[in-house]
Design a protein around this ligand. Structure first.
Ligand code: FES
Length: 586
């Protein structure tokens, strides 16, 4: 396994002074204070003498089960840092656990990003290792680190082993959606549904499908901010520990080379990531997170840049779009095998740099593929045009997205009558009603679940179908909302409609019985009413009902969160502020 041990030939000089020296390097009152308190941890004097101090920013938490093993992984990182002559200092930041946090882990992504940014900038750190895993932890920490722009490397916790249920491989999340649908259709008992719980989650690690965690891990590897194979090595595989060790060694050299994030996170790197997202059948959540990360480092990236991925075929045959799981993906060659194929078909830019100071192309140009059922060829792909599509029209003037590889071919162009749910509560209250006026050609519309409307933009866009239609064997319908969708979910689901209903976007004006036309191929989403009628309806909607906010972080969130097309960052957090500390008091 190549973990990329190349030395930098471009910038192999020592920085003049380590950043940490402004804390620990002076023989005066301040130096005394900074060193003295650190010495209560048993740190010897010679450790303060011009050795790179490496922060290990850890999202370990027992409430984030996907990251529950990160303290052990941190020990491996520390071993590597020490071997390379650095001083490791581990510190915690807010941990967004997707499975437990209410109302949505997305609500606190920006909180974790703020925490990370301030913890990095305010402390005596020369370089940073970001220990991440569960969905939001990856973008949150990378956003915060990007706003500081120190040498930074990402180590992901790695995916869980394949789930095993009744002799079959089953995927995290995806199994829940499948079995719940079967249960609601009356095909399996409640006991049979509940019995699958333990079968799905067999080891430490993140979701083993191509959900948001795996997608973001692949985005990180493509962007160049991790060592090769970081995305796919299973959490419990000993090679994950080796990768953590090597990352610890590498960050010390990155400090010496002054290889900062802004030298790696170029616009070309982001466009590569968009194309790779198509090739892996990645999560729609990447649209929001990549925009937010780009915004922090000062790279221009718009929703329309997703057109670069339209014609890229999906070749990674993983659930929810395909058949296999992350463990299989690693054994088949991992992301490097996918990247190599895309490079060899001139689909990716060769101009991007990675943390090991080699280009992405150099890292993967000899990467083998061991299984063409898991990593298919571009000539015989899983989905011909796999990239996430951006839709526009009078229903989504600032855009919406759909994931073709998770959608049904017969619904990609569809015209139907709207069945409107004013909120997720309204949906829950009425979806089981046998009298609900809905059939398989209807279009389900869910409002007030956007960034402000359901603060945090919950993953409810793939709302379950009405039980009465499930019992008829209907498996998919067109669904439209301003919400997000779990990366493990599937269906013909239009998401991220912007502006959202709560911000009085046109979605707020849709009424039961309105005709809506979706054309995924043409990239359009039209509400078939006149402009005049649309404006008249919006004018009547002076206020739209939302979840009441009673101060605290929620108030900050609602006031400052940007719309989905802008990455849902806070308006005041966009941009790189560097690692300079404003005036300090000692
Ligand atoms: Fe944490 Fe899926 S719930 S990675």
């Amino acid at each position: 396994m190549c973990l990329g041990r190349r030395r930098c030939h471009m910038n192999n000089k020592k920085p003049k002074t380590l950043r940490s020296a402004s804390w620990f390097g002076s023989d005066d009152k301040n130096g005394f204070m900074y060193r003295s308190w650190m010495k209560n941890q048993g740190i010897p004097e010679h450790h303060f003498q011009n050795k790179p101090v490496i922060g290990i920013c850890n999202t370990w938490s027992e409430l984030t089960p996907c990251n529950g093993h990160l303290r052990e992984l941190a020990q491996r990182v520390k071993n590597g840092i020490r071997e390379a002559g650095g001083i490791p200092v581990e510190f915690p930041v807010f941990s967004n656990g997707e499975s437990n946090l209410r109302p949505s882990a997305m609500l606190t992504r920006n909180l974790a990003a703020m925490d990370t940014e301030e913890a990095i900038r305010g402390n005596p750190i020369d370089g940073v290792v970001l220990l991440v895993g569960c969905d939001k932890t990856t973008p949150a920490l990378l956003m915060g680190a990007a706003s500081c722009d120190l040498p930074t490397i990402v180590v992901t916790g790695g995916p869980m082993l394949n789930g095993k249920h009744k002799g079959k491989d089953v995927g995290s999340g995806t199994l829940v959606w499948e079995l719940h649908q079967e249960y609601k259709a009356g095909n399996i008992s409640l006991a049979a549904f509940m019995n699958a719980e333990a079968d799905m989650s067999r080891s430490t690690g993140t979701c083993n499908t191509m959900g948001t965690a795996s997608t973001m891990a692949c985005m990180v590897e493509t962007l160049g901010v991790s060592l090769p194979h970081n995305a796919t090595i299973p959490a419990v595989d000993s090679r994950r520990q080796v990768l953590a060790h090597m990352s610890g060694m590498r960050i010390v050299d990155m400090v010496k080379e002054d290889l900062t994030l802004s030298k790696i996170l170029s616009r070309d790197a982001f466009i590569n990531a968009i194309k790779v997202n198509a090739a892996i059948g990645g999560s729609t959540n990447a649209v929001i997170h990549l925009k937010a990360i780009a915004g922090r480092i000062g790279v221009e990236l718009s929703l329309d840049d997703w057109r670069h991925g339209y014609t890229v075929p999906t070749i990674v045959n993983l659930k929810p779009s395909g058949q296999y799981l992350m463990e299989d993906f690693y054994y088949a060659g991992g992301l490097p095998a996918v990247l190599r194929q895309l490079f060899e078909h001139d689909l990716l830019s060769k101009n991007t740099l990675t943390v090991n100071a080699a280009s992405l192309w150099d890292n993967v140009k000899e990467a083998p593929c061991y299984n063409q059922e898991v990593i298919m060829s571009l000539e015989n792909p899983l989905v011909e045009n796999g990239g996430i599509r951006v839709l526009r029209g009078n229903l989504a003037p600032r855009g919406a997205v759909i994931k073709p590889s998770a959608a049904s071919a017969h619904l990609m162009q569809h015209r139907g009558k709207a069945v409107v749910f004013e909120s997720f509560d309204d949906y829950n209250a009425r979806i089981g009603d046998p009298e609900l006026d809905i059939d398989e050609n209807s279009i389900m519309v869910l409002k007030n679940c956007g960034p402000k409307g359901y603060p945090g933009m919950a993953e409810v866009g793939n709302m379950g179908l009405p039980p009465k239609l499930l019992k008829k064997g209907i498996k998919d319908m067109v669904r439209i909302s301003d919400a997000r969708m779990s990366g493990t979910a599937f269906g013909t689901v239009v998401l991220h409609v912007a502006p959202e209903a709560q911000a009085l976007g046109p979605l707020a004006a849709v009424q039961n019985g309105d005709m809506i036309a979706l054309d995924t191929y043409a990239g359009t989403l039209q509400l078939e009413i006149s402009d005049q009628e649309l404006q008249a309806r919006l004018a009547k909607l002076a206020t739209v009902k939302s979840i009441p906010v009673n101060g605290g972080y929620l108030s900050l969130f609602k006031e400052h969160v940007l719309q989905a097309d802008e990455g849902c960052d806070f308006d005041f957090l966009v941009g790189c502020r560097g690692a300079e500390i404003p005036a300090h008091s000692h």
